[in-house]
Design a protein around this ligand. Structure first.
Ligand code: SF4
Length: 234
């Protein structure tokens, strides 16, 4: 295999990411461009990590429970006008009051990892072309992401207005049962995900400690009178 054959995919990926970032900066307000570029960078970093089959299976379980909750919410109307009359950024659009937060907080590390290992890729994180007011994906017609690629918290959070609507429709109990399942699935995922991150942080420390022990053992030599001493000359 030639050197160029090895380097080409890396080079192509680097160029594509650079072009992607340039297009985002041209098309988007600076605040959204910055948040979106950082979010996609974090997603790529998570995808390059060492998730195993168990972590991916738990991420897919979160995904399945999220879709199950979302299916209950298809025809609700509360979210279309909940932010009307509120101060900026909440009231910039009539709907999606709970989407007025900061993108990095809404897509925290656990949520982003669950999305990554259930199949979300950077190209799936597509924003609106309208004003940036809150989450990078909030627009005048709601969220531009397919529910598949939204954090679990986006379907998990139910404000009082939404609860009242679900109660009036006779759906609240069923939705709450599904929310509890989603919550349990997310907790299981987070436990395994965090344990893997802990292992990744600890692995180099343990390796360094073991290396230090080996070096120390090599420094311990026997003196001519057969007593143990330490050779510190080298
Ligand atoms: S991802 Fe979509 S649903 Fe979730 S906070 Fe952002 S705009 Fe709202």
């Amino acid at each position: 295999m030639t050197t160029s054959a090895v380097a080409k995919p890396w080079y192509q990926a680097w160029v594509l990411i650079a072009v992607e970032r340039l297009l985002i900066k041209i098309r988007q307000p600076k605040s959204r461009a910055d948040e979106l570029i950082e979010l996609r960078r974090r997603l790529r970093e998570e995808l390059a990590g060492g998730a195993d089959d168990e972590e991916r299976a738990l991420a897919r379980a979160v995904h399945a429970h999220k879709l199950s909750v979302a299916a209950e919410l298809r025809s609700i109307s509360s979210c279309r006008s909940c932010a009307t009359g509120q101060p900026w950024p909440r009231g910039h659009y009539d709907g999606g009051d709970c989407c007025s937060g900061v993108t990095a907080d809404l897509f925290d590390d656990n949520e982003l990892a669950a999305l990554a290992h259930a199949g979300t890729r950077p190209r799936d994180l597509t924003p609106p072309r309208d004003d940036h007011a809150g989450c990078a994906f909030r627009g005048p017609r709601g969220c531009t992401l397919d529910v598949t690629h939204r954090p679990a918290r986006c379907v998990h959070y139910h404000c009082d207005t939404l609860r009242r609507e679900l109660h009036a429709r006779g759906q609240l109990d069923a939705v709450e049962a599904k929310l509890a399942e989603l919550n349990r699935a997310m907790q299981r995922f987070v436990t395994v995900h965090q344990a893997r991150l802990d292992r990744e942080v600890l692995a180099p420390l343990i390796e360094a400690l073991m290396g230090g022990q080996t070096q120390l053992a090599q420094l311990v030599v026997r003196s001519p009178d057969n007593s143990i001493t330490t050779d510190l000359s080298g």
